[in-house]
Ligand binder design. Structure first.
Ligand code: SF4
Length: 428
């Protein structure tokens, strides 16, 4: 369930139906202004909506004044253990302060922070980490870690409410993907506040991206989560931003830049598709528009699979073809495929997003396609399509059968006579 409440981090709305915001954290020493600002500009360019900086020392809180003034995107100050730093961060103009009330020195200290935050209109991010739950929840954590996380988060929310402070979002961090999913599902049902999602210490670029995609993707697909951060063990914070965007794009929650589709390849492949896909991906980074580009390893399937793609290429040993919306545009030597593809894309934009088709070239490409297409081959795509059609037929047959059985009521059927293979009837 999506959060009801909305808060504003500078100009960025969080929760209450706003687009899911992409967040990352700088990896620099915050007080190193040139390094921190350079990284903030890099992540903002990569598409971060919000950036968080660690504030473990006085000089970091001091540096915040300049960072907030110069940052192109809202800045969150990340504070642990020291409520004085939280007060300083608010005074420095941070757009939000992250703190875990459980480690900031008791409710009185939290009250001092919320009082100043209320005065300045600064939102807080409050939450809990699986690694540092309060002592009284240790046994529950052992017996039921999900319930322990949710209980700790609810206690934090109740503390905020008892202080008459409602300008906050909540996060529950766990290194476990199943616990992240289960706890956020429970919490989303119980509180109206926006949720920040992340799998803490997710890992390297490869494993961390996958863990985050599974954990956060599952929640986001349920409509849970208002801002996300992908935690990756890399100094390049922009990598976290790119992964976050891929997750949001895959779920069609937000659009940003081109969408690249590529077949998985198989034994029918006759050209170096690895290199081609990598080059296409890299060259697409220069485009902001959500143009969809498809790369098929061979034309055995025809190009119907890529009917929805704005542009695409497919190749054989020496020759390849460029197409648009499932229609051939021209055939070109394989080594020119990528260059010619981008010429077509640029022509499309120069013509105001109109595909300019040369009928002669298109006819040659169609002839090439007819030579290379083979609709008798069982390709991975055709097998998948057959399986999907079979599953659909199966479901439809079951539905018809259920309808037939309904008015009969007391009639029982032997499982073995089921006309729907592998299905068992509910005889109740
Ligand atoms: S049959 Fe499908 S998976 Fe195999 S190379 Fe051709 S398009 Fe790619």
């Amino acid at each position: 369930m999506a959060s009801k409440n909305q808060i504003m981090l500078g100009t960025v709305p969080i929760g209450g139906g706003a687009p899911v915001a992409v967040q990352t954290m700088t990896k620099t020493e915050t007080a190193n202004l040139s390094a921190t600002m350079a990284q903030i500009h890099t992540v903002a360019e990569a598409g971060a909506d919000i950036v968080r900086v660690a504030v473990p020392r006085e000089q970091d809180a001091e540096a915040l004044k300049t960072i907030v003034a110069q940052s192109p995107i809202p800045v969150i100050a990340d504070i642990h253990f020291n409520h004085t730093l939280a007060l300083k961060a608010i005074s420095a103009g941070a757009h939000c302060v992250r703190l875990n009330p459980g480690n900031i020195g008791g409710p009185e200290k939290v009250a001092e922070v919320t009082a100043l935050a209320e005065l300045t209109g600064t939102p807080l991010r409050v939450g809990v980490n699986s690694g540092s739950l309060p002592k009284h929840l240790r046994q529950l954590e052992y017996d039921n870690p999900v319930e322990a996380l949710v209980t700790a988060a609810i206690e934090t929310v109740e503390l905020m409410e008892s202080l008459n402070f409602k300008n906050f979002k909540v996060s529950m961090k766990s290194t476990s993907v199943p616990n992240t999913i289960a706890s956020n599902r429970l919490l989303a049902e119980r509180i109206p506040y926006p949720l920040h999602l992340g799998v803490t210490e997710a890992g390297t670029k490869w494993s961390g991206s996958l863990k985050s995609a599974v954990g956060l993707g599952t929640l986001l697909a349920d409509g849970i989560g208002d801002t996300i951060r992908i935690s990756l063990s890399t100094f390049h914070a922009e990598e976290e931003v790119k992964v976050a965007w891929e997750i949001l794009k895959a779920l069609k929650l937000r659009e940003k830049g081109p969408v690249l589709i590529a077949c998985p390849t198989c034994g029918r492949l006759q050209f170096d598709m690895d290199t081609v896909v990598a080059e296409v991906e890299q060259r697409l980074e220069a485009y902001d528009d959500p143009v969809e580009v498809s790369v098929l390893g061979c034309a055995v399937n025809g190009i119907g699979e890529a009917r929805h793609a704005d542009f695409g290429i497919t190749g054989a040993k020496d020759m390849g073809m460029i197409y648009s919306k499932g229609e051939p545009l021209k055939k070109v030597p394989t080594e020119q495929l990528v260059d010619e593809l981008f010429k077509e894309i640029d022509r499309y934009y120069a013509a105001g997003k109109t595909v300019e088709r040369d009928e002669q070239a298109a006819a040659e490409a169609r002839a090439w396609l007819a030579e290379n297409e083979d609709d008798t081959q069982m390709t991975p795509e055709r097998i998948a399509a057959l399986e999907a059609a079979a599953a659909e037929n199966d479901a439809a047959a079951e539905e018809v059968l259920e309808e037939m059985l309904e008015p009969v009521g007391s009639v029982t059927l032997d499982e073995d006579v089921s006309p729907v293979a592998g299905r068992r009837f509910n005889r109740g």
